[in-house]
Ligand binder design. Structure first.
Ligand code: FE2
Ligand code: FE2
Length: 137
């Protein structure tokens, strides 16, 4: 199931950031299939760990980008990234008691990414470079 579709509307205009977004979308959409085979519990945990690792690395890159360009709204952006880390913690707690499915995790992550990229990442690149492919609403 493709929970999240990468479209031109999500392009920020920064190649490095866009490529990382593409990769994360790919993982959200495809990794749940590749971790079947063991127990469901192990599969879910592996899926979440893969997403968490890539998201955390990506956030670190964006944070370096903001610091380098002295982005004035960095603090607000960092708070959103922390929010994602907290969302993942909540997912892990629910997972530990068997209260989540792959699809539910996928939907939660997909919705967060879509909103964050449209609202925050596009604004960040536009402010710094003036080259976002579209202005955020
Ligand atoms: Fe971000
Ligand atoms: Fe991002």
């Amino acid at each position: 199931m493709e929970a999240i579709h990468f479209s031109d509307e999500l392009l920020t205009g920064d190649e490095g950031i866009d490529n990382e977004h593409r990769l994360i979308f790919f993982l959200v959409n495809n990794m749940q299939g590749s971790v079947y085979g063991g127990s469901l519990e192990v599969g879910l945990r592996t899926y979440v760990n893969i997403l968490k690792t890539h998201a955390t690395n990506h956030f670190a890159h964006e944070e370096e980008f903001m610091a380098l360009h002295k982005y004035t709204e960095m603090e607000e952006h960092l708070k959103e990234h922390e929010g994602f880390v907290n969302t993942i913690k909540a997912v892990e707690e629910k997972m530990a008691v068997g209260a989540l499915t792959f699809e539910e995790i996928q939907t939660m992550v997909a919705e967060w990414l879509n909103t964050h990229i449209r609202d925050m990442d596009l604004k960040m690149v536009l402010a710094v470079r003036g080259t976002a492919s579209r202005k955020p609403a």
